[in-house]
Design a protein. Structure first.
Length: 233
């Protein structure tokens, strides 16, 4: 597609990915991220993908959110599933120490860990999700994250990320001012969009990492999801 609509994928450095960030800035910026997910479709994208899986899970199942942040998406997925008759026990892995207590307060059993080396055994959870995280990694590390998700999940993996476009980047920049986002949130949010994926890129990245052909969907708010059954071992 024309670069007038879809820019080349950026790398760049997001402020929150740098070491030594003030914990208060981390918490404030992640609160902005949670609000953006709620307003602009990130939360809805994961919930929609999860609803398609609920019928396979029975009355109770386990959910792992890798890079769970403040636990906002995991908590919303749990509530959504409960309304549909499925109880999810939610676990989270998060590297940023200032966010662990915030995720725990939302009912997520959270542990500190690296998405590239999850502190869990093979096939230890029913569903593994990863939302707005994959674009933070260079390609080799992103492939490792996907392999780890595939390794720990028994029934399904759901990856949600940003669909790259100039329109999405500009829209987030403009909206960040009336929403009162922190300057770090504004910078990192726009860069995140420019580090996002096209639908084909996300599909091909998952296939390369796992050998599986995921279902990929483009959703409102410039969001993408990829879902697949874990590779047989």
């Amino acid at each position: 597609m024309s670069p007038l609509l879809i820019p080349d994928r950026r790398r760049g450095v997001e402020h929150l990915d740098a070491p030594g960030v003030d914990p208060e800035v981390v918490r404030r910026s992640m609160a902005d991220v949670a609000r953006a997910n709620l307003l602009f479709g990130g939360t809805r994208a994961v919930c929609a993908a999860m609803r398609a899986v609920l019928g396979e899970l029975g009355e109770r199942a386990t959910l792992l959110d890798v890079g769970c942040g403040m636990g906002d998406i995991a908590a919303r997925v749990v509530r959504d599933a409960r309304e549909r008759g499925v109880t999810l026990d939610a676990y989270g892995v998060e590297f940023a120490a200032p966010l662990l207590d915030l995720a725990s307060a939302r009912g997520v059993k959270v542990m500190r860990g690296d998405a590239r080396a999850l502190p869990l055994p093979d096939r230890s959870v029913d569903v593994a999700i990863c939302s707005q995280l994959l674009h933070h990694f260079a390609r080799d590390d992103a492939l490792q994250v996907l392999r780890e998700l595939d390794r720990v999940a028994r029934r399904r993996v759901i990856v949600s990320d940003l669909r790259r476009s100039w329109m999405a980047a500009a829209g987030l920049w403009i909206a960040s001012f009336p929403l009162g986002f922190h300057p770090v949130s504004r910078h990192d949010g726009v860069l995140s969009v420019l580090r996002g994926y096209t639908r084909a890129e996300l599909r091909d990245t998952v296939s390369h990492a796992t050998g599986e052909a995921p279902r990929t969907d483009a959703l409102a708010g410039f969001r993408l999801t990829a879902t697949w059954r874990p590779s047989p071992r």
